[in-house]
Design a protein around this ligand. Structure first.
Ligand SMILES: *Cc1c(COP(=O)(O)O)cnc(C)c1O
Length: 353
């Protein structure tokens, strides 16, 4: 037995490391990244801006300038507080750190895997309510679970990953009203969705939102935000490590996220491409394509396992869910630019021909 085997918490040993598939030389359509790089013109201005950075100093702790830029980009009102994280993943973890030792975290299944992982890291009890067959929240079942487990935190991805739909708004409102939990609406895909709970945060004292810039072109920055009432954010801020937002991220994000019109233009392009790709997928006999409010599409495919392998052999990486019981035969493709989507569609057609 190695040292670490005898030393480590047994429950950590049982967790598999977060798997990021090898993607060298592949067209990456697996991780909800934006296909659009920075323009050359922007890069040269950005590099000039970087020259002003003082790396000998610690970062600005609260990243006030960046907070203001995010408020303008996302329309976050001044009365709400913002807490920045090294990706929204870090904020999911921070929220669990705020819970007592025997607390329960409630979420849904299938949904974002990080809620359960982080609950395990922090040794909290995790409960998932199964979604209905059309991936909606089962309100009655959820209310029973809330009553039984009295959760401290409820994570709701809105829209949901990996299914792509936004749950019924009324159902979510009823959940928020029925629980003493802090309800975390994870709006990672807000930019691609028809609806948001941003305007509702002031109405519900137990509601906070998570957002990220990862899905709108800046996955490499690692920048997520928690939006809540000023007093909620002030207390949660105590759990943030003092310099979690490094100087390079702050300085880069503050510069790049001011390009609001370019960012919004790219979002519109993706939404347009989503419509095109969805229609083309639906036209392929045998595929069941789910409606999406995000920058990806979930579909059920005959022979999904072999299609996935074929795509990979043809140089295209998407996401395969055969290891998730409710999603066997399901695949998820991230929306790329029109050329990439065309390449993907043609390859899928070739497979079935
Ligand atoms: C991608 C994703 C995140 C993670 O975002 P990061 O800011 O990159 O950590 C959070 N929640 C959901 C639902 C996601 O799909």
């Amino acid at each position: 037995m190695s040292f670490i085997d005898s030393w480590l918490r047994a429950d950590i040993k049982e967790i598999d490391a977060y798997h990021v598939p090898q993607s060298d030389n592949l067209l990456k359509l697996d991780a909800m990244e934006s296909p659009f790089p920075l323009s050359d013109k922007l890069i040269s201005r950005y590099l000039e801006h970087l020259a002003t950075v003082q790396f000998n100093r610690y970062p600005e702790s609260r990243a006030i300038n960046l907070q203001q830029t995010l408020r303008e980009l996302m329309g976050i009102p001044a009365e709400l507080g913002i807490l920045l994280g090294n990706g929204s993943d870090e904020l999911i973890q921070l929220l669990t750190l705020a819970c007592g030792a025997d607390a329960t975290i409630l979420s849904f299944e299938p949904s974002f895997v990080m809620y359960e992982r982080v609950a395990k890291f922090t040794r909290l009890n995790y409960q998932a309510v199964a979604l209905t067959d059309d991936f909606e929240i089962d309100l009655a079942k959820t209310l029973i679970m809330i009553d039984k487990h009295q959760p401290k935190l409820i994570f709701i991805a809105y829209p949901n990953n990996p299914t792509g739909n936004a749950f019924n708004r009324l159902t979510i409102e009823k959940i928020i009203a029925a629980t003493n939990a802090l309800v975390v609406l994870d709006e990672a895909y807000y930019a691609y969705a028809d609806d948001s709970f941003l305007a509702d945060v002031t109405q519900y004292t137990n509601l906070v939102l998570l957002r990220t810039v990862s899905k709108i072109g800046f996955a490499g920055l690692r920048l997520g935000l928690l939006i809540g009432s000023q007093d909620t954010i002030a207390e949660l801020n105590k759990l943030r490590l003092p310099y979690n937002m490094n100087t390079l991220t702050q300085c880069s994000a503050d510069f790049l996220l001011r390009e609001k019109s370019q960012i919004n233009k790219n979002i519109k392009r993706i939404i347009h491409e989503r419509g095109v790709l969805s229609a083309k997928l639906q036209a392929i006999y045998g595929l069941k394509v789910y409606p999406s409010q995000a920058n990806f599409i979930l579909f059920k495919a005959p022979d999904a396992e072999r299609l996935f392998a074929y795509l990979q052999a043809c140089g295209i990486l998407i996401k395969n869910f055969n290891n998730i019981p409710k999603l066997t035969h399901y695949l998820r493709v991230t929306i790329g630019d029109s050329e990439q989507n065309q390449q993907f569609i043609q390859t899928v057609k070739n497979f079935y021909d």
